[in-house]
Design a protein around this ligand. Structure first.
Ligand code: ADP
Ligand code: MG
Length: 251
């Protein structure tokens, strides 16, 4: 079953067509990895799935909510965002709130729980990402890896239908990457639907079910992650991209 359906989506910013006729499905309970060169439109695609960016043509369906270009009002945005949560490259935590408040507050604001229940849920989720010991600290006192795990906990806590992750480890020091990847692998194991933009090819190959290769605002190819990310497909372009990332991981 598809949880996300994208049909004939294009996104123009100013005169520039950033995404061109994108068609894709994200399956429920699966991990879909989005890969491709820098500037190819991956972030724009994820932002559009959450309506942080509006489509110019086409439509997006997340859960039961359909957003059609030109017909998107505040209610559609609100309804669609109830289905998804986004994890950003730069964490986007509230600096003036504690770790606990960062995770609990969205539950309270979205009327998903009262303060007491929200804090209980936040502690449970923070524990599951290995952060039980820092709940009363402020984000600035944490490592980048811990901050990113807080932001993953914040996404998980609201129980969205899908979590959208935009290069969640690319702003981290190399030694902090592993703990975040492990956290994401934990979500995959629980069959939480994930749409993951990443340059971590080995990781994507291990945990992703489907992969989508994006170049120049278009889907160049999509298919089973193990095949598409193998570095040994029928596309020289895709293989050279995948293999160049493998090499840079070794160096
Ligand atoms: N707000 C914006 N205004 C103008 N151009 C943008 C904007 N956001 C993204 N772009 C352009 O869209 C293209 C795709 O960007 P992006 O989605 O960030 O790619 P990726 O995440 O794959 O690196 C790039 O050429 C980028 O410069
Ligand atoms: Mg990006």
């Amino acid at each position: 079953m598809s949880l996300i359906e994208v049909k004939n989506l294009s996104v123009k910013i100013g005169n520039k067509e950033i995404l061109k006729n994108i068609n894709l499905n994200v399956e429920k309970g699966a991990v879909t990895a989005f890969v491709g060169p820098s500037g190819s439109g991956k972030t724009t695609l994820l932002r559009t799935l959450n309506l942080l960016q509006l489509p110019t043509t086409g439509s997006i369906k997340v859960g039961n909510t359909v957003a059609t270009a030109g017909r998107i009002n505040a209610k559609v945005v609100h309804d669609l965002r109830k289905n998804s949560a986004m994890v950003f490259q730069q964490f986007n935590l509230f600096k003036n709130l504690t770790v606990l408040e960062n995770v609990a507050n969205p539950l309270i604001y979205n009327h998903l729980a009262n303060k007491e229940a929200a804090e209980e849920k936040a502690i449970e989720v923070l524990k599951s990402v290995g952060l039980a010991g820092v709940v009363n600290q402020y984000p600035v006192t944490l490592s980048g890896g811990q901050q990113q795990r807080v932001s993953i906990a914040r996404a998980v806590a609201v129980k969205p239908k899908v979590i959208l992750l935009d290069e969640p480890t690319s702003a981290l020091d190399p030694e902090l990457v592993e703990s975040v990847l492990q956290t994401i692998a934990g979500l995959a194991k629980e069959h939480i639907t994930l749409a993951l933009v990443t340059h971590e090819m080995e990781f994507a190959r291990q945990i992703a079910d489907e992969a989508v290769f994006i170049e120049d605002g278009q889907i160049l190819s999509k298919g089973p992650a193990k095949e598409l990310l193998s570095g040994n497909t029928s596309s020289t372009r895709i293989d050279s991209f995948i293999n160049s990332l493998k090499r840079s991981a070794i160096l």
